[in-house]
Design a protein around this ligand. Structure first.
Ligand SMILES: Nc1nc2c(ncn2[C@@H]2O[C@H](COP(=O)(O)OP(=O)(O)OP(=O)(O)O)[C@@H](O)[C@H]2O)c(=O)[nH]1
Ligand SMILES: [Mg+2]
Length: 219
C-alpha cells in the first residue's frame, strides 16, 4: 500500500513535468536540471557559465533552496532573469514548483533555462521537472566512493562535473576511481574535470553546453 502511494506521487509529478516539457519544446528552450550535494559548487558553476556564455546565449535560472534567497541574489548580480523557489523543507524540486515560476519568466526570450536543485545527493534525482537533461556535480572533497554509495543520481544524469580539482593535492580522492565507478553505473555519462576556482577544464564544458543549446534551437 505504501509503495503504491509513492508510485502515485511520482506518476502525478511525471504528468506535470511532461506538460512543462511540452511548453519548453514550444520555445525550443534547453532546460538543464543541475544537482549535487550541498556546497559541491552548483552556484559557482552557474556564475562561471553565465559569465562565459551570456553574450552568445540568453540564460535564465531557477534557484531551489529549502530556505533563503542567497543563491538567487548571486545570480541576479550577473544581470540575467532568476527566480528563487523556497521549498520550506522539501529536499528536492518537483514539476509543480517549476510550473509556478512561469509567470515570472519570459520563456520565449530564453535559449537556456538552468534549474539549480536543492543541495542533496539523493532525492532530486527521483523527480523530473520537465528538463532536457540532468547534470550533476561531485566535488573531490566528497570522496571517490560516492558513485557506488549514491548510484541513482549518477544513473539519471547525462553529465558529471567533477569539481574542485584544485583541491586534489589536499584530499584523498582519486578522480580515476570516480570516473570508473560512475561509468559502471552510467556508461553514457559525459564527464568533465573542472575547478570553478581556477577555471581549469571549464572551456570544454562551455563548448559542450553551447552545442546542446544550438541543437535544440535548430529543432
Ligand atoms: N577550492 C574550490 N572551492 C570551490 C570550487 N567551487 C566552489 N567552491 C566553493 O565551495 C563553496 C560552495 O559553493 P557553491 O557554489 O555555493 O555550492 P552549491 O552547490 O551551490 O551549494 P548549495 O546551493 O548550498 O547546495 C563556496 O565557498 C565556493 O567558493 C572549486 O572549484 N574549488
Ligand atoms: Mg547553490
Amino acid at each position: 500500500m505504501k509503495i503504491s502511494v509513492v508510485k502515485n506521487i511520482l506518476e502525478a509529478n511525471d504528468r506535470i513535468a511532461q506538460q512543462n516539457r511540452s511548453l519548453f519544446d514550444e520555445h525550443n528552450l534547453t532546460v538543464m536540471n543541475l544537482m549535487s550535494s550541498p556546497g559541491a559548487g552548483k552556484t559557482s558553476l552557474l556564475e562561471r557559465t553565465i559569465q562565459a556564455l551570456k553574450e552568445d546565449i540568453s540564460l535564465g535560472v531557477i534557484e531551489g533552496d529549502i530556505q533563503s534567497s542567497q543563491d538567487a541574489e548571486r545570480i541576479a548580480r550577473m544581470d540575467i532573469p532568476v527566480v528563487q523557489i523556497n521549498t520550506g523543507g522539501a529536499c528536492h524540486l518537483d514539476g509543480n514548483m517549476i510550473r509556478d515560476t512561469f509567470p515570472e519568466l519570459n520563456l520565449g526570450d530564453l535559449d537556456l533555462l538552468v534549474v539549480e536543485n536543492v543541495g542533496n545527493l539523493v532525492c532530486p534525482a527521483e523527480f523530473k521537472v520537465g528538463e532536457d537533461f540532468k547534470a550533476m556535480i561531485l566535488s573531490v572533497t566528497e570522496g571517490d566512493d560516492k558513485p557506488a554509495k549514491y548510484p541513482l543520481m549518477f544513473h539519471e544524469s547525462s553529465v558529471l562535473l567533477i569539481n574542485k580539482i584544485d583541491l586534489l593535492p589536499y584530499v584523498d580522492c582519486t578522480v580515476e576511481r570516480i570516473r570508473e565507478e560512475a561509468l559502471k553505473i552510467n556508461p553514457r555519462m559525459t564527464i568533465f574535470e573542472i575547478s570553478c576556482k581556477t577555471g581549469e577544464g571549464l572551456d570544454a564544458w562551455y563548448e559542450w553546453l553551447k552545442q546542446e543549446v544550438r541543437t535544440r534551437k535548430k529543432a
